[in-house]
Design a protein. Structure first.
Length: 168
């Protein structure tokens, strides 16, 4: 695990593109759509912001990036926390490295950052649609459901979200 910086933005975008390709191949287009993140000005700006605010972390395996974690403040529509927290803003892993525990290692790093800062909770939000598989993944990592929300979108179905929390 190492801190990420502006030089990692293309790498994180490539990880997101790979994850989207995998989701599309699974018929799960409701989460992130079908277009590459690397062509989205909004997503490029978002990832650049993660890199410049010091909240980006890169998981490295076999000399290459195999995952990324971004922590920072929760943004609407996620309600603000009622106590200090580490908020996971992004978690993505290399789909070619599935089953190696990379997501769990990234979440462990978020927990470590929280503990080191004397913070007693980690929160995140995720896509709550399809069959709820993503929610179940986070539950398997020790998170519990908090509040649900819906993002209304123009020319696309509403995006259901779920906030999850883990007390440390």
């Amino acid at each position: 695990m190492r801190p990420g910086d502006a030089d990692d933005v293309p790498t994180v975008l490539a990880l997101l593109d790979g994850a989207t390709e995998w989701l599309v191949a699974q018929g799960r287009t409701d989460q992130w759509g079908t277009q590459p993140h690397s062509t989205s000005p909004w997503r490029i700006e978002q990832i650049t912001g993660f890199a410049t605010d010091g909240g980006l972390w890169i998981a490295v395996g076999d000399g290459r990036a195999v995952g990324a974690l971004a922590i920072g403040s929760a943004k609407p529509p996620v309600p603000p926390a009622e106590e200090p927290e580490v908020f996971v803003r992004l978690l993505v892993t290399d789909r070619k490295s599935t089953g190696q525990g990379i997501g769990a290692a990234l979440l462990d790093h978020a927990r470590k950052l929280a503990r080191d800062a004397g913070i007693a909770q980690v929160r995140l939000d995720c896509f709550a649609g399809n069959d709820g598989a993503l929610i179940r993944y986070y539950e398997s990592q020790g998170f519990t459901r908090d509040v649900s929300f819906v993002v209304s979108r123009v020319n696309a179905p509403d995006w259901p979200g779920q906030v999850l929390v883990q007390r440390l």
